[in-house]
Design a protein around this ligand. Sequence first.
Ligand SMILES: NC(=O)c1ccc[n+]([C@@H]2O[C@H](COP(=O)([O-])OP(=O)(O)OC[C@H]3O[C@@H](n4cnc5c(N)ncnc54)[C@H](O)[C@@H]3O)[C@@H](O)[C@H]2O)c1
Length: 322
Amino acid sequence: MRVLVTGGAGFIGSHYVRTLLAGGYPAFAGAEVVVLDLLTYAGTRTNLPDHPRLEFVHGDIRDPEAVAAAMAGVDVVVHFAAESHVDRSIRGAADFVSTNVLGTQVLLQGALDARVSRFVHVSTDEVYGSIDEGSWTEDRPLEPNSPYSASKAGSDLLARAYHRTYGLPVCITRCSNNYGPHQFPEKVIPLFVTNLLDGKKVPLYGDGLNVRDWLHVDDHCRGIQLVAEKGRDGEVYNIGGGTELTNLELTRRLLAAVGAGEEMIERVPDRLGHDRRYSVDWTKIRTELGYEPRRSFDEGLAETVRWYRENRAWWEPLKARA
Ligand SMILES: NC(=O)c1ccc[n+]([C@@H]2O[C@H](COP(=O)([O-])OP(=O)(O)OC[C@H]3O[C@@H](n4cnc5c(N)ncnc54)[C@H](O)[C@@H]3O)[C@@H](O)[C@H]2O)c1
């Protein structure tokens, strides 16, 4: 079996690749892995091991030739590559539309031409918009609010269209917020942890009451793997089941984890168009595919903070680059 992982040098893609190569997904044991990654500011080769079954291709998902070459002999595509940071999309949306929408279309076409047997498109719960109460099921209309989530909604709908129109065996996953090791230090948890480790304050948006569901990256990747193995063609699967917290509650937990006080919080003006709350209903993946999150938030967060404490050599150059 040959698996193409796009964006495999980023946070979630690299976790998936490391787990797969370490034998964490028995159905894919012995699979060859091709990572196609442009190594933007967010991707680093240091996220990936040297491994005899891993081929790294430095290339762009928007480049049809690079995609066709990487796709040769591939059975399964797991598509993580994206511009992924909401704040960057607010400062400039063009790269988001280009990579997330156009790049995904080029990849879908390449997968169709190569006749792959499974294409997992890794989407996000942010495509649904914002919800004050209750949780979204997969049939809720998409109402994205940021350039990031709008570009992800565009790619999500293209993935659906390639199934409906051409019969490409696509599955789409929409997951809540991830945390864990190797997350780029611009996202809230690693930004706050690395700031605090350096004795710097943490910038908390607005009233701090925006709510997110935090899921360990390992649980997200297991959900993706279940969909890759057993998902039904053309279906969407929400992945959730983490811990819902306001940003203020999250910040307090991070302060406690590094032994800092509330004086380290710096209130900053709210993000433009800031979604108030995300919440996915993940009944479908649980009942159809047997997904259950395994990692407790308290343990996962403590382990994540420890990882950043012990891996300055990993994050210092990336933070300087950002
Ligand atoms: N981080 C989250 O909480 C979360 C939650 C749900 C879904 N997702 C989705 O999961 C996927 C991965 O997210 P992440 O947090 O690991 O992102 P990331 O920013 O850490 O990694 C993205 C990777 O894609 C690569 N890339 C960017 N543009 C490319 C291009 N044009 N061609 C090839 N490679 C390119 C980057 O070099 C990087 O390695 C994204 O599609 C994101 O929308 C993320």
